[in-house]
Ligand binder design. Structure first.
Ligand code: BGC
Length: 256
């Protein structure tokens, strides 16, 4: 068994668990706490320190992977869509490392989810370009080419019909506007057909908590690319962050 800790920071909740990265199974219960009001760096870091402390002796010396809803370049958060703007430009990886007194692997949340689906889930052994999307508070994306991640794709911020795609097609937009499945599917259709036209992927994988209701909206989409639900659902970010902490080799970086 190779163990690592995965922490998934989101706009609404922070999740974490100790993971067996060989099998992709959680070896502790998944812990979840609400994201501190305002999403300020010090508060989020404190919540993560508390969560890892809660794993007790089982966490000692384990590699830690943390995923976060922002562009992450060389450990710095370069955007902040659903958390405080004070993350923009912050040396976030160092902040966590100083508070946790150890190295961590720090990565975008959708990228971590994509790695998890490629290693353990719906995109396992798929060749060519897989585009993983997470439909949640925002829309996250991950590009995996032959299983290797090309990070920071940010398709949720594609401008479609004059608007940021996630402001119209995220699961939060569905809830906020009280859209029924058919109305939401029309928004998703605009998003996925634009992405399909631009990138011609081999496969779309759709994650985020709402993907458990995939029967209600995926069959309404008309695409030539196969589109399938993620299998790891809400654990994908946690599993992917842990997998990358244990073995960063699936992460394509050049200058970073
Ligand atoms: C952020 C992405 C993130 C996605 C899902 C977007 O608003 O810009 O970095 O992956 O939300 O959380």
């Amino acid at each position: 068994m190779t163990l690592a800790i995965g922490i998934d920071i989101g706009g609404t909740g922070i999740k974490g668990a100790v993971v067996d990265v060989a099998s992709g199974e959680l070896v502790t219960e998944r812990v979840k706490v609400p994201t501190p009001e305002g999403g300020e760096p010090d508060d989020i870091v404190a919540a993560v320190v508390g969560m890892i402390g809660g794993f007790g002796g089982r966490a000692d010396g384990l590699p830690v992977g943390v995923c976060f809803p922002a562009i992450v370049r060389a450990g710095r958060t370069m955007s902040a869509a659903n958390v405080s703007k004070s993350w923009i430009g912050l040396e976030a990886e160092h902040l966590f490392e100083a508070a946790l007194h150890r190295d961590i692997f720090f990565v975008n949340d959708a990228d971590a989810a994509g790695i998890a689906e490629a290693h353990y889930g719906a995109a396992r052994d798929v060749r060519g370009l897989v585009i993983m999307t997470t439909l949640g508070t925002g829309i996250g994306s991950a590009f995996l080419y032959n299983g290797v991640l090309v990070p920071n794709t940010e398709l949720g911020h594609l401008e479609i019909d004059g608007a940021d795609a996630e402001s119209r097609a995220s699961n939060a937009a569905r809830e906020r506007e009280g859209l029924d499945w058919a109305q939401w599917a029309e928004r998703l259709q605009r998003f996925y057909s634009t992405v399909e036209f631009l990138f011609s992927p081999a496969l779309f994988v759709v994650g985020g908590g709402v993907s458990k209701a995939h029967d209600d909206f995926l069959p309404l989409l008309r695409l030539t690319t196969p589109i399938i639900p993620a299998v790891l659902r809400n654990n994908a970010g946690t599993l992917g962050a842990a997998a990358l902490a244990a073995d960063p080799s699936g992460f394509a970086t050049g200058g970073d």
